[in-house]
Write a protein that binds this ligand. Sequence first.
Ligand code: NAI
Length: 296
Amino acid sequence: MTALPRSAPVAVVGAGAMGAGIAQVAAQAGHPVTLFDAAPGAAGKAREGILANVARQVEKGRLPEGAREDVAARLEVAPALEALGGAALVVEAIVERLEVKRQLFAGLEEIVAPDAILASNTSSLSITAIAAGLKHPERVAGLHFFNPAPVMALVEVVAGLASDRRVLDTLSETAREWGKQPVLAKSTPGFIVNRVARPFYAEGLRLLEEGAADAATIDAVVREAGGFRMGPFELMDLIGHDVNFAVTRSVFEAYFHDPRYRPSLTQQELVAAGWYGRKSGRGFYDHAPGAVRPVP
Ligand code: NAI
């Protein structure tokens, strides 16, 4: 079992919260990293955010002097998907929609080398389904980071039906080299963490909808009495309701509408309003700079 060499080029597609975090992790580990996003300007903005983040870590003494310059030298933005052709590993972190991911993987297959690994950061979609229809489904696997990717140690390495064992081993070893703790999971809906976490969000939402207590109270109880770092509403605001709702829907669909996984109408309304949480400034909490307080 060998990890990718540090000199191996890594590409990240999707420069949102997760793609930016993954690009930072790979660049800090020493890889040349290329970041691409379909939204004009998004990858450039993400690069600036990554460099500011690394600079803050240097100021706090958590990263060595010069880390920002090192990451800046290794991290570039791609003007088009075609620029990712030299990557040994592509990590996809785009919108959580199967058809969009499948289309992207079909495009990637046309431009990368025959031995390149194609990984998806999907939270809940079937790796088997993402890989199906490709010429080389055996080189596809899940590489599922948690938010924020530079901080959270756990990474789920997810095996689809066709995934090659050597690809899974390389991803696990590479994640370890990146300072992460990989765990191997089969491609079931939600894998391990998002499956176990569904009732955490769902029961919080049900309590809120039944009027048992407000979001801030439930969060405080779970945090302070339960010992969790965040309550369900804080965590959903961090993840993004657009992403979290899409994951719930996908797990619900995949389990043949098992009522245990039924999505919440409250969350559906937040998504409809564009109140995605931290990333849009408002969710269950008001995230305007200066004060994080519950939305009345
Ligand atoms: P996000 O909404 O912050 O970013 C997604 C980015 O992908 C956007 O910048 C968008 O412009 C870009 N994009 C969309 N379609 C594209 C395409 N066809 N080609 C290139 N770029 C495209 O989403 P986030 O939160 O970063 O999630 C991304 C993926 O990671 C999803 O699959 C999600 O389920 C997964 N994930 C999310 C976590 C979270 O806590 N937010 C945690 C772990 C996984």
